[in-house]
Design a binder for this molecule. Structure first.
Ligand code: FPP
Length: 233
């Protein structure tokens, strides 16, 4: 049995879920934001310590101005509605992604939530926003090169390189779930998922209930993770 310390989720299918009900895509994103709260609570109760959710990728800027604008307001919606509960449950809010390139108000809401919860001991709820893994790796390589040039670093091991990533201090992903049937990684945590177990479920993100999550975690617990080695038993 392996326990899942770090769970990452690609929250896909909000738009299709809304359309199937004759609603605008934005209503899917709103339902998706409410589901962030439900799944964070369920993951915490299941013993997950790090939950990383893909809220907005560096490629998502290609969507309509209306949809991007709507997505940028969701952090404020989420934290206004649920921050008190997150604090009571001891969740620590963190972000990965380039916040400087977000609308100032969106970045502020996220930074305020990080600051307010920074001493909390519980679930690390990590929002990936304006995040792209190739960009993350590129920025890390650039910073490393500067550090070598200026004499602050020399030969790196894998652990040392990890500390240049936006996930510095966060353990590698154990389990990655993508909702809504697509079987792609979409530039998400490429370094961090090197040995992760992967699962692709048909439910869209708004339909991904705590029951579905628990089913996935049960299946994960029965997988045999060998990290490239063999088991002795
Ligand atoms: C993909 O579904 C989902 C997104 C691009 C946005 C995910 C955002 C949320 C779930 C909202 C929560 C975020 C925060 C910060 C609180 P899609 O709309 O691309 O689905 P489709 O493939 O059906 O069009």
């Amino acid at each position: 049995m392996s326990s899942c310390r770090h769970l990452a989720i690609i929250m896909d299918g909000n738009g299709r879920w809304a359309k199937a009900q004759g609603k605008p895509r934005t209503m899917g994103h709103l339902a998706g934001a409410d589901n962030v709260r439900n799944i964070a609570i369920a993951a915490n109760e299941a013993g997950v310590k790090y939950l990383t959710l893909y809220a907005f990728s560096t490629e998502n800027w290609k969507r309509s101005e209306e949809e991007v604008g709507y997505l940028m307001k969701l952090p404020a919606y989420l934290f206004q509605k649920y921050m008190r509960e997150f604090m009571e449950r001891g969740f620590r809010i963190r972000t990965i992604g380039e916040l400087d390139r977000l609308p100032a108000a969106t970045a502020k809401v996220l930074r305020d939530a990080e600051e307010e919860s920074k001493d909390n001991p519980g679930l690390n709820l990590i929002i990936a926003i304006n995040y792209g893994s190739r960009r993350e790796i590129l920025l890390a390589a650039r910073k490393y090169a500067e550090d070598v040039r200026d004499g602050r670093a020399n030969d790196l091991e894998e652990d040392g390189f990890s500390s240049y990533l936006m996930t510095d201090g966060i353990p590698d992903v154990d389990f990655l779930i993508r909702t809504s049937g697509e079987q792609r990684i979409s530039n998400y945590l490429l370094w961090q998922i090197a040995y992760a177990e992967l699962m692709f479920v048909p439910e869209s993100w708004p339909e991904f209930t705590p029951e579905v999550l628990n089913r996935c975690l049960d299946a994960y617990a029965h997988r045999d993770r060998r990290f490239g080695g063999v088991h002795e038993s």
